[in-house]
Design a protein around this ligand. Structure first.
Ligand code: SF4
Ligand code: SF4
Length: 218
């Protein structure tokens, strides 16, 4: 019987090694479309179970969760933002306004965000649009966001929008999957991105298989 604990430890180890060793070549391969060639060589779980995976991804419209993308997350290394860069090169916002105009607990403002926006519209006016979160010791913009112009379907302070908005739909990587980028499944463009790049997992698994073979030899 396979040792499940040992197997999952091994997978975690392989993912960690992959992240440390392959993060730059992995992004280059994905940018060039290497997965297309690999797909011709052998079928792949992420592709053979495509419909099932699409259904799971689509649940993000109603159920809050993050999708793990097959792109390396940024870490402490100076040149480790390649995965993030490729994400922004390919991500196409659908301008649905969902992230701005959805009721929620409040949109966290960094101190710099608060000061930048207050400088333009005035502190008093901004405070009237916010709540002070005692736990976070920070101002949060009420949601739906008062800066969203429903008629023109755009942000009225786009050039100085909060950092959280500028990063959206990227979220901090999940604890269980710290090496992959995470996106909010609520965003339709993020869901589309996850579907379009399903084949990128082929490159990851190809690299993992190579690492496993090497670990077994050593
Ligand atoms: S929810 Fe996604 S697609 Fe819609 S406006 Fe926000 S970032 Fe763009
Ligand atoms: S500040 Fe702008 S980008 Fe951010 S939630 Fe409000 S309308 Fe959207």
């Amino acid at each position: 019987m396979p040792d499940m604990n040992n197997d999952s430890e091994q997978i975690t180890r392989v993912r960690r090694i992959c992240h440390q060793l392959c993060y730059s070549s992995c992004v280059d391969e994905k940018r060039k479309g290497l997965h297309e060639r690999l797909l011709c060589l052998r079928p792949h779980w992420s592709v053979s179970k495509k419909e099932e995976q699409f259904q799971m991804i689509d649940q993000g419209a109603d159920v809050p969760f993050d999708i793990s993308l097959p792109l390396p997350a940024r870490d402490g290394r100076p040149d480790s933002d390649r995965g993030v860069k490729l994400f922004w090169e390919r991500f196409r916002c659908q301008q649905c306004g969902g992230c701005c105009f959805t009721p929620g607990a409040g949109l966290f403002l960094e101190m710099e965000d608060f000061e930048r926006i207050a400088e333009r519209i005035g502190k008093k006016k901004l405070k009237a649009m916010c709540k002070f979160d005692r736990l976070l010791k920070a101002w949060t913009l009420v949601q739906p966001c008062p800066f969203y112009d429903m008629e023109k379907r755009r942000c009225q302070i786009y050039d100085i929008r909060p950092a959280t908005c500028a990063k959206y739909p990227l979220h901090p990587p999940a604890k269980q999957l710290p090496y992959n980028l995470a996106v909010d499944a609520f965003c339709p463009a993020a869901r589309q991105f996850a579907k379009d790049t399903l084949g990128w997992w082929v490159i990851c698994e190809n690299n993992w298989a190579g690492i496993l073979r090497k670990l077994e030899r050593d």
